[in-house]
Design a protein around this ligand. Structure first.
Ligand code: IPE
Ligand code: IPE
Ligand code: MG
Length: 249
């Protein structure tokens, strides 16, 4: 983890910003607990933070933002907590719809929309459809998302195509395989941020994170703000990405 002195003034190089930021928004429950509040208050504050970070990303002209909002494994949580999370999603889809359009943001879901109640699924499809031509930023929401499930689903689709003689096994390479992932139309993340001090990726974008730069912070998601975001971006700008090569070659 990076050390930033109290008086640190963050100046970013606009030419070296990541093209794609992915965030594991974690720590809502612990944030609430630390304040003696029920977990749902953490989710409420966390959703506000997510909204702010989305528009900040747009302002910075970062073209892709992926937010891990609900994992496939999160269905194992208590029913009331799941209902709160789905309720927040529905609320923000409604209240932010106009602002998303105004900002020319394209909304995209990765994960299994079929796992959601019919009404919410319809709403997600509608927002995707209504924003599909927007090209200033892609807001990708990982909902009922699991990295392993995504890879297995891709393999299954590929196998069916072979069975139907649409492609041959010899043709399979990385480029072709990527076409079967949820993220077929977005580049790999350059920077992954995880809040709350956990040092793991919890089944997020397993294939896509191969050469991503990681930034972990102990800050709980509801306390994450513009300054914390700029620190993460600053940290990214100090990295030397090599992709297996020797620097400068
Ligand atoms: C992240 O916060 C939100 C979701 C996973 C939906 P958590 O709810 O995981 O909060 P902690 O990790 O229990 O503190
Ligand atoms: C990862 O957080 C999923 C989201 C942020 C939506 P979790 O809180 O579910 O992850 P674990 O259980 O701590 O690994
Ligand atoms: Mg958590």
């Amino acid at each position: 983890m990076d050390f930033f002195p109290e008086s640190f003034n963050i100046i970013l190089d606009p030419s070296k910003l990541p093209k794609h930021v992915a965030i594991i928004m974690d720590g809502n429950g612990r944030w609430a607990k630390s304040k003696g509040l029920p977990r749902i208050y953490g989710h409420k504050k966390g959703a506000e933070v997510a909204k702010n970070i989305i528009y900040k990303t747009r302002e910075l002209n970062i073209p892709y933002l992926t937010l891990f909002a609900f994992s496939k494994e999160n269905w194992l949580r208590p029913k009331e907590e799941i209902e709160t999370l789905l309720g927040l999603l529905k609320y923000y889809l409604e209240t932010e719809f106009e602002e998303i359009k105004k900002n020319e943001i394209k909304f995209k879901v990765i994960g299994n929309k079929d796992d959601f109640p019919e009404e919410l699924k319809k709403q997600l499809n509608m927002v995707e459809k209504e924003t599909e031509k927007n090209d200033k930023m892609v807001l990708c929401m990982a909902l009922s998302y699991g990295g392993r499930a995504e890879i297995i689903e891709a393999v299954k689709k590929l196998a069916f195509q072979i069975k139907e003689n649409k492609i041959s096994a010899e043709e399979i390479d990385e480029m072709l395989f990527r076409k079967f992932l949820y993220t077929y139309d977005i580049p790999d993340p350059d920077l992954l941020i995880r809040t709350s001090g956990e040092l793991r990726i919890s089944n997020f974008l397993l294939f896509q994170l191969a050469y991503t730069e990681f930034y972990f912070t102990p800050v709980y998601w509801p306390d994450f703000n513009e300054e914390e975001y700029l620190k993460a971006l600053y940290s990214y700008q100090q990295r030397e990405r090599r992709f297996g090569r020797i620097y400068g070659s």
